[in-house]
Design a protein around this ligand. Sequence first.
Ligand SMILES: Cc1cc2nc3c(=O)[nH]c(=O)nc-3n(C[C@H](O)[C@H](O)[C@H](O)COP(=O)(O)O)c2cc1C
Ligand code: SF4
Length: 510
Amino acid sequence: MSMLPQWAMDALNILTQLLVLALGAAALAMIVMYIIDRAQTADAVRRNYPLVGRFRNLFTTLGEFFRQYFFAMDREELPFNRAERDWVYRSAQGEGGTVPFGSTKPMDKAGTALFVNCAFPLLDDHAAATEPLRIGPHARHPYDAPSFFNISGMSYGALSKPAVQALSRGAAKAGIWLNTGEGGLSPWHLEGGCDIVFQIGTAKYGVRNAAGGLDDQRLRDMADIDAVKMFELKLSQGAKPGKGGILPAEKVSAEVAEIRGIPVGEASISPNRHPEFDDVDGLLDMIGHIREVTGKPVGLKAVIGAHGWIEDMCEAVTRRGTESAPDFFTIDSGDGGTGAAPMALMDNVGLTIRESLPMVVDILERYGLRGRVRVIATGKLLLPGAVAWALAAGADFVQCGRGFMFSLGCIQAMKCHRNTCPTGVTTHDKRLQRGLVVTDKAERVARYADTIRSHVEMIAHSCGVAEPRQLRRKHVRIVQENGRSLPMSVIDFMPPPDGRNRPGDMPSQP
Ligand SMILES: Cc1cc2nc3c(=O)[nH]c(=O)nc-3n(C[C@H](O)[C@H](O)[C@H](O)COP(=O)(O)O)c2cc1C
Ligand code: SF4
């Protein structure tokens, strides 16, 4: 040490003193924290294990982030596991949906849908293109929807500006529609030039009058926009049946507030149902009114629980004439996604799409309305198998929300309600939005949609049909508890004709 020059000795002295000071401060801080932990009454672990108990909170928070990288198996996580997310990432990056070695999906689990391949699949050059399908034949401006796979309603507000911009541009590129969700129409939805489905939620954001009711002039203005092809009246959403939209105050920026027609910085809570009607006649009146004012197809969106009201609605349509029917029926799954919803509803209320879709299709069939009311299925239908299943079960279209969020770069950090989304998908924080580069992500959105469509076509061809809409329930077998499968066509999803009266069955209003 004595060999060191004086300046180095001085620096070493200062460093030693700083170290002693830092250690002293740390020791003091630990003593203070120890006393605080012992004295506080709110947290039992910290009270019993002062200082050490604090690591529990830290690890719980970090665990949420690290689990998916280090500990979770490929098929373990919820709502979407790594295998599912990775498939979307790869297809969005244009790497195709091809994987090596073998499936990690347990194919013998009860409820699994297996497609029935035929001995002589269709030769690729015999495959047919999926034709556009008309929605709203009685509207003044019917919509010939080009794609069977589209983007589900996610509001501007829940989603960030660059996310909506990328979805709009990607949707235009892929030729699919973009549903606005209930937050109204922003300039960013229109930016890419895609087809738009305008959703009318219970608060009528974007088309509301000062009293919060429907403003016909604003509806007309909305319908005058050529890109707006259809209107979707939202009754309920899978993640929160019986509860309106929730946009936390920190996400109500000046722009979001202006588009919605609400005050800045106050939580945006929409009513838990449309106050204008409380029965199927009122619902059909409202649908008829919006169709009359806008001249465009009008449908409804709901998650299914009680089903008697659907039969009531079909009976009312039969009475009034088929023109009065909703032009489409979007069925959301009880395990659908959301920007923010109470866990009590998210975890417990509403049937999943696996049960509700075939049931609604069968009810429409029973009343001869199957072709008149186009069926749109949504809820965890983000991989080709699930989309093909929905088409085979009777859906005309599939809408996907969270699959497209993954294509935008969502890492399932599950902070969508906080304005701190690390990937910029659901935050209005400009710093975090920088991560989402619109031009790059728009390409990914389009590539994801294209890959889904081509892989659903592959499943259809393997089953011997020329295009996905020719898939039928006979092409699917559902694995039962005993590990053996049954054709989906023999499974009874249908409530009996007097279903509203069957003991234990759910009527319109239980
Ligand atoms: C961030 C986010 C926002 C959403 N906003 C709406 C909305 O405004 N209106 C609506 O009807 N559904 C909304 N949804 C639900 C989706 O449209 C869809 O029904 C549901 O997530 C199921 O589809 P998925 O599993 O493909 O996401 C939202 C979902 C997410 C994830
Ligand atoms: S990364 Fe997390 S917070 Fe952002 S959209 Fe995805 S789940 Fe929500």
